[in-house]
Design a binder for this molecule. Structure first.
Ligand SMILES: C[S@@+](CC[C@H](N)C(=O)[O-])C[C@H]1O[C@@H](n2cnc3c(N)ncnc32)[C@H](O)[C@@H]1O
Length: 244
């Protein structure tokens, strides 16, 4: 994928806390939620129990999409239920597809209350030897408009970038998403995990706020953010007394 140029040095704020303790301090007018939430399927995340009561779980997600423009990554059935519970229909839905040894081979990505701009993220031309494509490349065009079907491998255990977080998102998927959003907005990931959304924001120049409830995952995110943001400037780490 080809992304827009770095526009600005981002401000990055994150904390080790339940996002529900922080959410009221976040500016709803200037923030967009980008997240892949826990799936509520009993997944094994250290001490976090991924088995809330279903009604409570969808109430939690619905509150997010009601309060903020939001991009949510989830299985299609869950996104349908979220639309039902919140009464909000996504402006756009894309699929992230991958090979896996389970029956699940894709997740959907839904933009609620915000229209993605797919012209900002280009994909390399598929047929660079075609005469018309050669002409376009000669004119300096770097790729075509992104499709609504992204074939990106999951992060493999042997991958250099793999952390100990069991559900680390591929950076490419998070960068695709973030780059479709207005640059003047702050991105908020309430379920930050290993911090992949933060890294996408750092690389693309978007301001970021993140929360992670689990101490070990928070430390992983902190290490990744530190390694990336160090390229630009010192980041500000906030503690639980402060809002993110
Ligand atoms: C699917 S994972 C996110 C993975 C992340 N996108 C990444 O690339 O690593 C969801 C995360 O949400 C965290 N979590 C669950 N409930 C939370 C809450 N109420 N507030 C903050 N974090 C929470 C879990 O500990 C888990 O790390």
């Amino acid at each position: 994928m080809i992304y827009r140029e770095q526009l600005k040095i981002p401000s990055i704020h994150f904390c080790n806390d339940d996002y529900r303790n922080q959410i009221d301090a976040i500016d709803e007018d200037n923030t967009i939620v980008v997240t892949d939430p826990p799936f509520n399927i009993g997944y094994h995340y250290n001490e976090y129990k991924d088995n809330m009561d279903d009604d409570e779980y969808y109430f939690m997600l619905a509150e997010l999409v009601e309060r903020f423009p939001s991009v949510i990554i989830h299985y299609p059935e869950a996104l349908h239920r979220l639309s039902y519970e919140s009464g909000i229909i996504p402006q756009k839905v894309c699929s992230w597809v991958y090979n896996s040894n389970t029956a699940r081979q894709h997740r959907d990505i839904a933009w609620y209350g915000v229209k993605p701009d797919f012209t900002k993220t280009l994909q390399p031309y598929k047929n660079p030897n075609d005469k018309r494509i050669k002409e376009r490349m000669a004119r300096g065009l770097r790729g075509g408009r992104m499709y609504d079907w992204w074939n990106v491998n999951q992060v493999k255990n042997v991958s250099k970038s793999k952390t100990k977080h069991p559900c680390q998102m591929p950076l490419e998927v998070m960068k695709n998403i973030v780059s479709t959003l207005p640059e003047n907005k702050t991105i908020f990931d309430p379920f930050m995990g290993s911090g992949t959304t933060a890294i996408a924001c750092i690389e693309l120049g978007y301001d970021f706020i993140g929360c992670e409830i689990n101490k070990e995952y928070y430390e992983i995110a902190k290490g990744r953010i530190n390694a990336n943001v160090g390229l630009y400037r010192e980041y500000e780490e906030l503690n639980e007394e402060n809002h993110c």
